[in-house]
Design a protein around this ligand. Structure first.
Ligand SMILES: NC(=O)c1ccc[n+]([C@@H]2O[C@H](COP(=O)([O-])OP(=O)(O)OC[C@H]3O[C@@H](n4cnc5c(N)ncnc54)[C@H](O)[C@@H]3O)[C@@H](O)[C@H]2O)c1
Length: 268
């Protein structure tokens, strides 16, 4: 290990179980000397096993529904107190679509579900940043990262309304990132991650097909949750101080492929 995050304090959203990208990131941040509080929605804390991760990483869990500004204010106040100072890094690893969960086709959405989905998956990122910004709770040269997916730019039919939520999320990263950069010297980026076998990932219809397709298309193969954790670390570290307002493609090369020989062979 390199002690890349020694002395840094953070908040990690979204560790549900061992497969979660946030879980892997918390483990790696801990190994690199960073300290943090873990947070998730109350129902997810009951459903998953975040307390085991907290024990393993010597951290505390604070429940917060990321759509509730009151919960987020309480979370940030408590995090600063528990960790003993302002925050250096934040991971927003949250996504959920009720239309996906209920199996509603993209052309047949229930708009109450649509609103709930964009609130949880995108607007929550704005809320997290607005609370941190107003409370002046981030240290200079801090780093805020959220997770996105390529369906924000390109059509993946079964990704459903999550595609729109991710486009919204990426836009918020740029728009808020401008003010956070200018006023507080804090950087804001999204990582556009390969399909990954997690609770949220496998909930998407046709997941097995598109993870296998992406694997065959990508010259380096799909990026795993562990790979994603490592990439997030670099963005939290002081080695990437001037990277901001970016949607960073972490996908084994998938996004720049037209077609691969492996995929061509399936049609010849
Ligand atoms: N798995 C993939 O294929 C993939 C690919 C690209 C991007 N992503 C993104 O990565 C992020 C993490 O997802 P994951 O794949 O690790 O799955 P996951 O299911 O482990 O994590 C999703 C998390 O969102 C949390 N969440 C849902 N509603 C919430 C709320 N109201 N308040 C607070 N937290 C809430 C869940 O409790 C869960 O911990 C998501 O943004 C997801 O869209 C995933």
């Amino acid at each position: 290990m390199y002690n890349l995050l020694k002395g840094k304090r953070g908040i990690i959203f979204g560790a549900l179980d061992e497969s979660s990208i946030a879980w892997k990131t918390a483990e790696r941040v801990h190994e690199e000397g960073g300290v943090f509080v873990l947070t998730n929605a109350p129902a997810s804390i009951r459903l998953g096993n975040i307390n085991a991760l907290a024990e393993q990483t010597n951290s505390q869990v604070i429940a917060a529904d990321a759509t509730s500004v009151t919960d987020l204010e309480n979370l940030v106040d408590q995090a600063v107190e528990i960790l003993g100072g302002k925050i250096d890094f934040v991971l927003h690893s949250i996504g959920m679509s009720v239309n996906v969960r209920k199996g509603n086709h993209y052309t047949n959405q229930n708009y109450e579900f649509t609103e709930k989905g964009w609130n949880v998956s995108a607007v929550s990122f704005h809320k997290v940043m607005q609370v941190l910004y107003k409370k002046d709770a981030m240290n200079e040269w801090g780093s805020i990262v959220a997770l996105s997916y390529m369906a924000a730019q390109r059509v993946f039919p079964d990704y459903n309304d999550m595609a729109d939520n991710k486009a919204f999320l990426e836009s918020i990263a740029r728009s808020f990132g401008y003010f956070f950069g200018r006023d507080k010297k804090v950087r804001v980026n999204t990582i556009s991650q390969s399909p990954t076998a997690t609770r949220a990932g496998t909930g998407v219809k046709g997941f097995d097909g598109f993870i296998a397709f992406a694997e065959k298309m990508s010259p380096l193969g799909n990026a795993t949750a562990d790979d994603c954790a490592n990439y997030a670390l670099t963005l939290f570290s002081d080695l990437t101080k001037k990277v901001t307002l970016q949607n960073l493609l972490h996908d084994g090369g998938f996004s720049n492929m037209g077609v691969s020989q492996e995929v061509m062979e399936m049609f010849e």
